[in-house]
Write a protein that binds this ligand. Structure first.
Ligand code: ZN
Length: 237
């Protein structure tokens, strides 16, 4: 079936305004309010415990990514792209803590998504059987999935979310940590047949050699490493 996308054109000379669905109604799934749904931004673990000095699993230098993460998130705030995000929201005794120090315990300030990484119209979807994705994904600027393991595709709602996004959409992945959750998110998207860009100036590594190995691995799998500037330019193409 060929569906003609509904495209909102901003008035000449004005930046595109954030779009809200008319009150009391919902956009049909195909009627995206975004000027450009060919791209999806995909943000990984931009939470206080990883990103800020003193965090429980601080990634050295991660706070230096925040200006770029803010710019990428601004594109979602401006209604230029849908932002999919995910983060660790752990219980006290999650198995991941056999490998990593406890971090991002759900409900603590360390698990909070940073302001730079949060748009205004955000829907949070817990990794619970009774949680649901919203029926109109594109009525939101950002969809934030909670996870408890490194691989987002082990969580309950990621596969369905991906399947409900435009199948020819291309993805720009960024966040932390390069060799763990960023790697698994990018690989998972590639393995599911999606085109993946990685914003190389909006990711950070815990160990330089592991990060370099991951970059080489993802490049070999077909991921394209670009800058934040390039990622934003994609939206204007
Ligand atoms: Zn975690």
């Amino acid at each position: 079936m060929v569906v003609t996308p509904f495209i909102l054109q901003p008035a000449a000379g004005l930046p595109p305004a954030p779009v809200s669905p008319p009150s009391g109604s919902r956009y049909p799934e195909w009627m995206t309010p975004f000027p450009n749904s060919k791209f999806i931004f995909w943000e990984v673990d931009t939470q206080a415990d990883f990103m800020l000095p003193g965090g429980k699993l601080y990634v050295p230098g991660a706070e230096r990514l925040l200006p770029n993460i803010r710019r990428l998130t601004d594109a979602a705030r401006q209604g230029r792209v849908l932002l999919v995000s995910h983060g660790c929201f752990h219980a006290q005794d999650d198995p991941e803590f056999n490998t990593f120090p406890p971090h991002c315990i759900k409900g603590t300030s360390g698990s909070a998504y940073l302001a730079e990484a949060l748009a205004e119209k955000v829907v949070v979807v817990a990794n619970e059987p009774d949680a649901e994705l919203p029926s109109a994904l594109f009525a939101y600027q950002q969809i934030l999935l909670e996870k408890q393991t490194l691989d987002i595709f082990e969580s309950r709602h990621a596969e369905e979310l991906l399947n409900r996004l435009p199948h020819d959409a291309e993805f720009v992945v960024f966040g932390v940590v390069t060799e763990y959750c960023v790697r698994l998110a990018a690989k998972g998207l590639i393995e599911r047949g999606r085109t993946v860009f990685v914003a190389r100036d909006a990711i950070e590594t815990l160990k330089v050699e592991d990060g370099a190995r991951t970059v080489a691995e993802l490049k070999a799998l077909g991921a394209k490493f670009i800058t934040t500037d390039d990622a934003l330019k994609l939206l204007d193409a």
